[in-house]
Design a binder for this molecule. Structure first.
Ligand SMILES: Nc1ncnc2c1ncn2[C@@H]1O[C@H](COP(=O)(O)OP(=O)(O)OP(=O)(O)O)[C@@H](O)[C@H]1O
Ligand SMILES: N[C@@H](CO)C(=O)O
Length: 425
């Protein structure tokens, strides 16, 4: 959530930066904020007069004025009227606060100053590439769905019967490879100082609002019918919300978490896109990295987060590139975002496998996550970062293609062999 004080005091700058992301009109918020401030001023004036009257009545009685006389009666009557007005003002202020809040919730984060300006994904910037030398030279590589079915490790038809399109069942070595990938990713992150969490897979609406999926993107998540519970689209939601409404000590920061969970997405706007294979499913596994950090270090922490995600691909020797998203392509909560795209030989292209964002204080304001620092008055909002480290299904797809041998077997990446106790699939 954007800071209302920032909007009030720098409305032109905030509006200009929001315009880099799309169309958002701050005027209704500014109008309500002005009304709210007028009510506040009115309340302060009335409160002061009410205090003065109380004091005046006391002083006058002390100096001999008749407590039942006309003068005291008139003052008491005025005091009574003020109390009635004050009691009417309070709910009005609360109502306007609630309206401002409702208008702020669908407004996205401001892009960072260093984010490249652009309309959409065509204006994203390629930052670097890694692993060109590992790009396979075999021109006949099968799509991962085809080789997966041939090897009897990916089962799409049966999964569709059980659920619907965009589901998969992993069998035998496929299930083992998925588990090995999850374990390998978690081991790397925990060795790098991330504390593992297994969080709830169902979250309430307050949690989804805190991380930014609600109210705007309700149609992208699955909701349980009878309860106020949703299946998580990413474990960023559950992990961030563990800290909702908490005040941390500065010494507790930075907090690094990693978590493996299934993720559930309705993919409402993806009709007809990526209908084959593991790229776009309603349920997929992801190892997530989440950081809660001091605002001064969030930029450096962001660079380290991307390196941690890249490290997984480098260890697996999967070729990739890093893209910096332009202002028009940023996710709702992100101030700055790098996507990592892995090479998929069957398509002859790079496909997104990880998204690493610095959301700065945007989620902390919605979730009310603050910290206290010695020598500073009051509390400050933490900065938060999240990144996929990595999406497991897309990693499996990349391995089934990049490690495919001419005899249609799959070589297991060296770092996974100890987990699987085999070299070939
Ligand atoms: N429906 C899905 N099925 C499988 N993996 C997914 C799916 N959606 C996202 N992912 C993976 O999870 C990562 C984090 O999710 P994110 O919200 O950044 O995806 P996204 O930007 O919606 O992806 P895309 O642009 O491909 O739709 C992505 O980088 C991707 O690797
Ligand atoms: N939580 C982030 C990174 O994985 C996302 O889903 O995009």
């Amino acid at each position: 959530m954007l800071d209302i004080k920032l909007i009030r005091e720098n409305s032109a700058t905030v509006q200009a930066r929001l315009n880099l992301r799309g169309e958002y009109d701050l005027q209704p918020i500014l109008t309500l904020d002005e009304q709210r401030r007028q009510l506040e001023q009115e309340r302060v004036v009335l409160q002061t007069r009410s205090n003065d009257i109380g004091k005046l009545v006391g002083d006058k009685i002390k100096s001999g004025c008749d407590p039942k006389g006309e003068e005291i009666k008139a003052l008491r009557e005025e005091g009574q009227q003020i109390k009635i007005k004050l009691s009417e003002l309070e709910p009005k202020e609360k109502e306007i606060d609630a309206q401002i809040n409702q208008l702020l919730l669908p407004i996205p984060n401001l892009p960072s100053e260093s984010t490249p300006v652009g309309k959409d994904e065509r204006e994203n910037l390629e930052i670097r590439r890694w692993g060109d030398k590992y790009i396979p030279t075999n021109p006949n590589i099968l799509h991962h769905a085809d080789i997966g079915e041939k090897l009897n490790i990916l089962e799409f038809k049966q999964a569709v019967k059980v659920a619907q399109a965009r589901f998969v069942a992993l069998k035998g070595a496929g299930a083992a490879l998925e588990r090995a990938l999850i374990q390998f990713m978690l081991d790397r992150h925990t060795n790098n100082g991330y504390l593992e969490v297994i969080p709830p897979l169902l979250v309430n609406s307050t949690s989804l609002t805190a991380t930014g999926q609600l109210p705007k993107f309700a149609e992208e998540s699955f909701k349980c019918d009878a309860d106020d519970l949703w299946l998580i689209p990413t474990s960023e939601v559950s992990v961030m919300n563990l800290y909702r409404d908490e005040i941390l000590e500065a010494e507790q920061l930075p907090i690094y978490h990693c978590s493996y969970t299934p993720c559930f997405r309705r993919e409402a706007g993806s009709y007809g896109r990526d209908t084959r294979g593991l790229i776009r499913l309603h349920q997929f596994n992801k190892v997530e990295m989440v950081k809660l950090v001091h605002p001064d270090s969030s930029e450096a922490e962001h660079e380290k987060l991307v390196q941690d995600a890249e490290g997984v691909l480098q260890a697996l020797k999967l070729p990739y590139r890093v893209i910096e998203l332009c202002t028009g392509d940023l996710g709702f909560s992100a101030a700055k975002c790098y996507d990592i795209e892995v090479w998929l030989p069957s398509a002859g292209t790079y496909r997104e496998i990880s998204s690493c964002s610095n959301v700065r204080d945007f989620q902390a304001r919605r979730a009310n996550i603050r910290f206290k620092e010695a020598g500073k008055k009051g509390t400050q909002y933490i900065h938060a970062l999240n990144g996929s480290g990595l999406a497991v299904g897309r990693t499996m797809a990349a391995i089934l293609e990049n490690y495919q041998q001419p005899d249609e077997t799959i070589r297991i990446p060296d770092v996974l062999q100890p987990y699987l106790r085999r070299e070939i699939l």
